[in-house]
Design a protein around this ligand. Structure first.
Ligand code: CMP
Length: 134
C-alpha cells in the first residue's frame, strides 16, 4: 500500500460541493482510500515552499496567487501504486492535453486552473504529505 497527496484547487472548491463530490467519487471508484482530508486556506509562505521547485518559472507568482485565492481541499490517500495511479487518473497538466475521462479533462479549465494537483513521484509524495499532514 502506498500513500500520495491530492489537492482540489480553488476554482473547484469555489464552484461548490457537487464538483468536490464528483472528483472524490472518481478517486474512490479507482480504488483509493482517503485517510485524511481538510478544507484549508493556504498562506503565501506555505505555498511558495510547497511549489518551491517552480520558483524560477515565469508563472510562479501567478501560481502562488491563484492557489491562495480561496480554500483548497487537501487529501491523503492510499492504494497500491497510488502515486502513479493518481497521476494517470488526473491526466496531463494542461487540460487541453489530458486524456478523455481524466479529472483534468472533465474539470480543468486551463493550464493554471487545472482543477487538481497530485504528487509527481514518490519523493514528492513524502515531502508533500509531510508538509500538509505532518
Ligand atoms: P500542478 O500539478 O499543481 O503543479 C504546478 C502547477 O503549475 C501546475 O499544476 C499548473 O497549474 C501550473 N503550471 C504549470 N505550467 C504552467 C505554465 N506554463 N503556465 C502557468 N501555470 C503552469
Amino acid at each position: 500500500m502506498q500513500q500520495t497527496y491530492f489537492m482540489i484547487k480553488p476554482e473547484i472548491v469555489a464552484a461548490g460541493d457537487q464538483k468536490i463530490g464528483a472528483i472524490l467519487d472518481i478517486v474512490n471508484k479507482a480504488g483509493f482510500r482517503i485517510t485524511a482530508l481538510h478544507m484549508r486556506q493556504l498562506d503565501r509562505d506555505f505555498v511558495e515552499n510547497f511549489y518551491g521547485e517552480h520558483k524560477e518559472r515565469p508563472f510562479f507568482g501567478d501560481l502562488c496567487d491563484y492557489i491562495t485565492s480561496g480554500p483548497v481541499v487537501t487529501i491523503r490517500m492510499e492504494r497500491e501504486n497510488a502515486v502513479a495511479a493518481l497521476r494517470e487518473l488526473i491526466g496531463a497538466t494542461n487540460p487541453e492535453e489530458a486524456a478523455i475521462g481524466t479529472i483534468r479533462d472533465l474539470y480543468g479549465e486551463s493550464l493554471s486552473n487545472n482543477a487538481v494537483h497530485a504528487s509527481a513521484n514518490t519523493d514528492d509524495a513524502l515531502r508533500e504529505l509531510g508538509l500538509f499532514f505532518g
